[in-house]
Design a protein around this ligand. Structure first.
Ligand code: PLP
Length: 365
């Protein structure tokens, strides 16, 4: 658990690699001999220019992003993208398909209703968001401009393990990848647009990353605010206005760290191992712990579960915190327990949680 002695299972902002925090700390006061903190320097100076360029090039390496795509560092969180997506990709009378697999895709679908005529291609609401329909049964609209998914539902713990294809050839796949961005390799070329708030796997809150196919730029609705038009940011290499410099700097350190660890193939293996351990502990508990999500779509990042004896949940969370495993409370909308096990959660953290779960169960026969 590092010197801080805690395993932090928060869903976001979330735990970051210890080495990244320590490096940032060592450079905080006087960034690489410049006499300034990264927080104090111009975003147009040579130091920050090198930071943002390295952040972009390392991210391109991690995800093998071709030059057909623009990589943008934006503000306003993923929530702002819920509006930017329809504003950039369709006109008010156009339609777009939304697959709703949990609270976040539901929010994006509702926001899109202000800017186009979105079609609810499928919703998992009646199953309490525990599943994803087989792709061939999803009711896609042949006129849709795009197909929108949330690749990992942070609250409900539902994750796409592969991706649906838009039905018509001119449509594109759009994904909110906020909570599984850089957790595994992704074939970016299958998407027209990927966006992700940084504050789970790759940095602090304050920066949102968008990866957009360049031919999709320049078609925003006329009412689109300049800050929500992807072309604005693509044309100015994310320096149209003052960017979230410190957040981008931390992302750059995280990307470098992910490359040093062997890239996303190695990261994905580690994540699969951690998630496997935790789901095994839940499923092997004889019903003491319950994860409602269908096995084939269980998230490797956010593991929500309940205790069959729900009166014990509060005690479970309090006792775990005493053992220095913190922020395990489920989202206020669904309750229960949620263990977020992003890239930076060490295997030892998950092993400790699993051993605590077994011990807690033994003490409550
Ligand atoms: N999408 C997903 C999948 C999320 O998990 C979150 C936040 O937790 C959001 C969107 C909203 O992100 P933000 O708070 O950056 O607007």
């Amino acid at each position: 658990a590092g010197d801080r002695g805690v395993y932090n299972f928060a869903a976001g902002p979330a735990t970051l690699p210890e080495s990244v925090i320590l490096k940032a700390q060592s450079e905080l006061y006087n960034y690489r001999g410049s006499g300034m903190s990264i927080m104090e320097m111009s975003h147009r100076g040579k130091e920050f220019d090198a930071v943002i360029k390295k952040a972009e090039s390392d991210l391109r390496r991690l995800l093998s992003i071709s030059d057909d795509f623009s990589v943008l560092f934006l503000q306003g969180g993923a929530t702002t993208q819920f509006a930017a997506v329809p504003l950039n990709l369709c006109n008010p009378e156009d339609t777009a398909d939304y697959i709703v697999t949990g609270s976040w895709s539901d929010k994006s679908f509702k926001e899109a209703q202000k800017f186009c005529k979105p079609n609810l291609a499928w919703s998992g609401k009646s199953d309490k968001y525990t599943n994803i329909l087989p792709f061939d049964e999803i009711q896609q609209n042949p006129d849709a401009k795009y197909l929108h998914i949330c690749s990992n539902e942070t609250i409900h713990g539902v994750e796409f393990k592969n991706y649906p294809k838009p039905k018509n050839n001119s449509s594109i796949l759009v994904a909110d990848m906020s909570s599984n961005f850089c957790s595994k390799p992704v074939d970016v070329s299958k998407f027209g647009l990927i966006y992700a708030g940084a504050q789970k796997n790759v940095g602090p809150s304050g920066v949102t990353i968008a990866i957009i196919r360049r031919d999709l730029l320049g078609h925003a609705q006329p009412i689109t605010p300049v800050m929500l038009d992807y072309k604005t940011h693509s044309d100015s290499a994310s320096l149209y206005n003052t960017p979230p410099c410190f957040a981008i700097y931390i992302c750059a350190l995280v990307f470098e760290d992910l490359l040093d660890q062997g890239g996303l193939v190695a990261i994905a293996q580690n994540n699969a191992k951690k998630a496997g351990l935790l789901y095994e502990a839940i499923d092997g508990s004889g019903g003491f712990y319950v994860c409602p999500v269908e096995k084939s779509v269980r998230s490797f990042m956010n593991v929500p579960f309940t205790l069959q004896r729900s009166e014990l949940e509060k005690k479970f969370i309090e006792e775990a915190a005493k053992e220095r495993m913190v922020q395990l409370k489920g989202h206020r909308s669904v309750g229960g327990v949620r263990a977020s096990i992003y890239n930076a959660m060490p295997l030892a953290g998950v092993e400790k949680l699993v051993s605590f779960m077994k011990d807690f169960q033994a003490r409550h026969p």
